[in-house]
Design a binder for this molecule. Structure first.
Ligand code: ANZ
Length: 825
């Protein structure tokens, strides 16, 4: 008997998939429906873009993890929302259409069918009655509707701006869609070179939410690295704006600095090449030089311009500014290391304390004046450029002050004389929200006499019309502009011809899952509140590559919806878990060109979905990157075959029958102990997303049981329940063979008796305002935060914690956790 065909997965798996689907077993109960009085748990996957190449093993890693949690939570007594859908607008379907002439809607439909087949073949417990598709007019109607809410609030506007344009893709791209490589800036999608070009575009005012987007990060359970990336992207800097009068002119140049305390070390000013005052300050003798320099700078990317290592370039304008305190003449230069898109586009250069200014001063022989010294002696003369904080020197009335105090004093002084003020700057830019492409949501906007007018809600959706030719034009004019009868309306208005970027549909899809068939609203308040309270989606699993794009955009839309009272929580996603990247067997990123992509269909054919699920989790810790190994499939497969043979035997004709030595008796104490230990450990591991170690413990359990002469039915049942979130098909089959009529999907998760465990297990009493509301069995010395998380997710405790802010948590190690709330008014 070959190990591969060691049990009949080819029969069992389709059979149970059909059973689950036909019974609608994983339909979650909406508020008011039977089952909705249970505590709820919303576990979300990042929905896929249905590409032509089908699912890859990386998708399956995250989806397997979320499915384990969904199945586990159901058994723990939760009403689980676990939906799936398709993020189906986007470039690849359109590129394919341009090449083959097939309408993107057709390709998309085929790809979705293929993805769905592959996902269902994995036995994931999705509630398919909630399936959504961002390209469905019944869905994008509401994407347009939400856009109109942003438009009404002044958060969507049109502006002419230099933006990234990709000549290959023939579209403009958002900052977030550009990657900076040693060969210059490139498009994230397709890796094509991109250039800067001025264009009339739609923008969303995400900058208005910079502070809220920062603050909200404090209240979510996300990996610190992702929070850091968002903080960095938002880029908050506290500093000052300082006015420098210009010699012989009426106007002043305003600079932004984070180090106003270094004002007395400023020896020249630098303007960005695009700065409007360059014209005004440049003297006739310097004009030609300055103009040439500006033209060259326009072609460079911001990253090229600001790179530290780069040799500094620049030109003198011939003009002078005056130091606001001393009145000293400071030459005004133009250099491309100063960006027009940040601060005021002008800086005071302090070469003794800023590296870039230092390089510039060295290159052009400009004076360097030291005005800050380190607090500790000794370090004093280590370098000519000291960027740290310290004590001000040679700085008139701020000399002798420490940096923080010096900043405060100088800003007060400038504010009193209206020469400057405190300010906060963000690196975040408004979100470029239009694309000159076909396959996206049309804007619900018409134009009249140069004015953008909202299409009324009653006229939504604005349907995407059919086209014969999807090719964008060289000038980046949207393909929809060719459809004259669509663009020109009888009342003389013209439709907006750009479409929304792919990110639009994924900004709110998790809300639509709460109420996917609502025809009157994007979702009802009641359903939104039921599924999203108290803190948003309970668990969101997906790739870390979405750290700033999707996860920032969705948070922004959510916060706008929160401000207009459409959603009940300030943040969309409470807990975020990133699965690690699965590399090819060669330890390289999987890609078509390397030929190291693994096709799940072939594996399911050969080993079955249960083996693939186990294997995906057994590769290593969920959050870590790890290489694929086809040889590794044998291990989990043999394990499942061993599980099978604990229950089943071949009869004389080669048919599988239930073993005759399974007994309905109390197992001996050592087996009981093993069982309770396994339950405790597997439970703890699942709670901590340590699926690989949970599987290892189940393997040990099975090995030990295989050694025994007797098969105790009660122990075998516990094994099936524990294994079922990982390998649901084989467990359903064996559960059924043991004589159960119903699926095990809603059987209570096995309990364990702490008395039967070694003494390192303790029972924690959980109190709410001093009243006992539940108990948690955990390993001794489990830390406080972990306990709080466990309590929040515990079926009988969770409801006491929902929607309430507690004032303190009393914790007595290994004994008690008491949540203390302010009394209700
Ligand atoms: C004087 C100074 C002295 C500065 C010093 C730094 C150190 P972050 O922290 O990134 O906000 N700056 C301001 N606007 C700029 C622009 N448009 N392009 C390039 N550089 C710009 O950096 C703020 C600092 O970056 C500002 O503070 C300014 O240089 C520079 F010892 O002003 B500083």
């Amino acid at each position: 008997m070959s190990a591969k065909k060691a049990y009949p997965f080819g029969v069992i798996e389709p059979k149970w998939q059909k059973y689950w689907l036909e019974k609608g077993l994983f339909r979650s109960a909406d508020p008011g429906e039977e089952g909705s009085s249970k505590p709820k748990f919303y576990v979300l996957d990042m929905f896929p873009y249905p590409s032509g190449s089908g699912l890859h093993v990386g998708h399956l890693e995250g989806y397997t993890a979320s499915d384990i949690i969904a199945r586990y939570k159901r058994m723990k007594g939760f009403n689980v929302l676990h939906p799936m859908g398709w993020d189906a607008f986007g470039l690849p379907a359109e590129q394919h259409a341009i090449l083959t002439g097939t309408h993107p809607a057709i390709t998309t439909r085929q790809n979705i069918a293929n993805f769905k087949r592959q996902i269902q073949a994995m036995g994931f417990s999705y509630d398919w009655s909630r399936e959504i598709n961002t390209t469905d007019p019944a869905y994008y109607k509401w994407t347009q509707w939400i856009f109109l809410r942003l438009f009404e609030k002044g958060l969507a506007y049109v502006a002419e701006a230099p933006v990234w344009y990709c000549p290959n893709l023939k579209t403009v791209l958002a900052n977030e869609e550009i990657i900076h490589t040693p060969d210059g800036p490139r498009s994230e999608r397709g890796n094509h070179p991109v250039i800067r070009k001025p264009f009339r575009q739609w923008f969303l005012k995400i900058t208005a939410y910079a502070e809220k987007l920062l603050e909200g990060l404090e209240n979510v359970q996300w990996p610190e690295s992702i929070k850091e990336m968002q903080r960095h992207w938002i880029g908050k800097s506290e500093g000052a704006l300082i006015q420098f009068p210009v010699e012989e002119k009426e106007f002043k140049i305003e600079v932004f600095t984070t180090r106003p305390d270094t004002l007395f070390g400023a020896t020249f000013l630098v303007l960005a090449p695009e700065h409007p005052l360059v014209e005004e300050v440049t003297t006739p003798e310097n004009r030609a030089k300055v103009d040439n320099y500006r033209a060259a700078a326009f072609l460079k990317s911001d990253l090229e311009r600001t790179e530290l290592a780069k040799t500094k370039t620049g030109v003198w304008t011939g003009g002078y500014a005056l130091h606001p305190v001393t009145g000293e003449r400071l030459p005004i230069w133009v250099s491309d290391y100063v960006l027009m898109t940040y601060g005021t586009g002008a800086i005071m250069a302090v070469p003794a304390h800023d590296h870039r200014d230092y390089e510039f001063a060295k290159t052009f022989n400009l004076p360097i004046r030291k005005v800050v010294i380190p607090e500790e002696d000794g370090k004093q003369n280590e370098t000519d450029c000291f960027t740290g904080e310290g004590i001000s020197v040679d700085s008139e009335f701020i000399s002798g002050l420490k940096t923080a105090e010096a900043k405060k004093r100088i800003v007060e002084w400038l504010e009193e004389r209206k020469l400057g003020k405190k300010t906060i700057q963000y690196k975040l830019r408004d979100w470029l929200f239009s694309r000159q492409r076909y396959w996206g949501e049309p804007f619900p906007i018409v134009w009249k006499e140069g004015k953008a007018i909202a299409v009324s809600d009653a006229d939504l959706p604005v349907l995407l019309p059919d086209l014969d030719d999807f090719t964008p034009t060289d000038e980046g004019i949207a393909p929809l502009s060719r459809k004259k009868e669509w663009v020109e309306l009888p009342d003389g208005t013209r439709r907006e011809v750009n479409t929304m970027p792919q990110w639009a549909g994924s900004c709110w899809y998790y809300l639509r899952y709460c109420d996917p068939h609502n025809e009157k609203l994007p979702f009802s308040a009641e359903k939104e509140k039921y599924w999203m309270s108290p803190h948003g989606v309970d668990l969101y699993i997906g790739g870390a590559e979405h750290a700033v794009l999707h996860l920032l955009y969705a948070r922004f839309w959510h916060k706008v919806l929160y401000d207009i009272g459409l959603v009940s929580t300030p943040e969309p996603f409470y807990r975020l878990v990133n699965q690690g990247v699965i590399l090819g067997e060669d330890n390289q990123k999987m890609s078509k060109s390397r030929g190291n992509i693994v096709n799940p269909d072939a594996i399911i054919q050969e080993y079955g979905a249960d083996t693939l699920r186990l294997f995906e989790m057994f590769l290593g810790p969920l959050q870590q990157s790890k290489p694929w190994s086809s040889k590794g499939l044998e291990g989990p497969h043999r394990f499942l075959a061993r599980v099978w043979r604990l229950f089943m035997d071949e009869d004389g004709e080669g048919m599988w029958v239930l073993r005759t030595d399974i007994v309905d008796e109390q197992p001996p104490l050592p087996i009981q102990k093993l069982q309770h230990k396994t339950v405790a450990e597997v439970t703890q591991d699942i709670e901590n997303f340590q699926f690989h170690t949970a599987i290892a413990k189940l393997m040990t359990f099975v090995n030990e049981l295989t050694k025994e002469k007797t098969r105790w039915k009660s122990v075998l049942e516990v094994l099936l329940l524990l294994l079922s979130p990982f390998a649901p098909h084989i467990c359903e089959e064996l559960w059924h063979n043991l004589g159960h009529a119903d699926s095990l999907a809603y059987e209570p998760w096995p309990e364990y008796d702490p008395k039967l465990l070694e003494e390192q297990w303790v029972e924690i009493i959980v109190q709410i305002n001093g009243k006992v509301r539940g108990r948690l069995s955990v390993k001794k010395d489990t830390d406080k935060q972990e306990l709080i998380n466990r309590a929040r997710e515990h079926s009988s405790i969770a409801k006491w914690l929902e929607n309430r802010a507690f004032s303190k948590i009393v914790y007595i190690p290994n004994k008690l956790l008491n949540f203390v709330f302010e009394p209700k008014e």
